[in-house]
Design a protein around this ligand. Structure first.
Ligand code: RTP
Length: 154
């Protein structure tokens, strides 16, 4: 174990507009918290097409790129930074597959969605892309890590 008893790894996770519309924000955040990860940044926003095009730049040649940007710009999103041991890989596993019909029950997509074009959540696929995505979506001052404290609250 490294920093804070964990490896201090961070992932960029984003609830997509369909998750917001379907009122799943709490349910999904709850699953990430219960798994053992720590929320260190979040906001609620309508993302600009420019920001979304930068975020999905690797997919710009894909036939579905315009539909993807239209969908992501169609309503508010909830970008987040989660911290914890092997968070990048574990959250990708929790998501299930990109295509919901290949996602096992028990995974977020396997339990909560059916359409690849409405697949509720994004999460970084590597530590390197997490670093880039966190930098794209958050100012450093918006990310606030914390340690468990010993004060008894109740
Ligand atoms: P994400 O980046 O959103 O976490 O998704 P991913 O890694 O599982 O999948 P990726 O290949 O990066 O694709 C990004 C998002 O594009 C949409 N998509 N639509 N119509 C299609 O065939 C298609 N394929 C991908 C999905 O919303 C996917 O999450």
């Amino acid at each position: 174990p490294g920093k804070n008893g964990l490896n201090g790894e961070r992932s960029f996770v984003m609830l997509k507009p369909d998750a917001v519309h379907r009122k799943m924000i709490g349910e999904i955040m709850n699953k990430l918290e219960r798994r053992g990860f720590k929320l260190v940044a979040t906001k609620y926003m309508k993302a600009s097409r420019d920001l979304l095009q930068k975020h999905y730049a690797d997919l710009s040649r894909k036939a579905f790129f315009k539909d993807l940007i239209d969908y992501m710009a169609s309503g508010p999103v909830v970008p987040m930074v989660w911290e914890g041991l092997n968070v990048v890989q574990i959250v990708r596993t929790m998501l299930g597959e990109t295509v919901p019909h290949k996602s096992a029950p028990g995974s977020l997509r396997g339990d909560l969605c059916v359409d690849v074009g409405r697949n509720i959540i994004h999460a970084s696929d590597s530590v390197t892309s997490a670093r880039k995505e966190i930098e794209l979506w958050f100012h450093p001052a918006e990310v606030t890590s914390w340690k468990p404290c010993s004060i008894e609250w109740i």
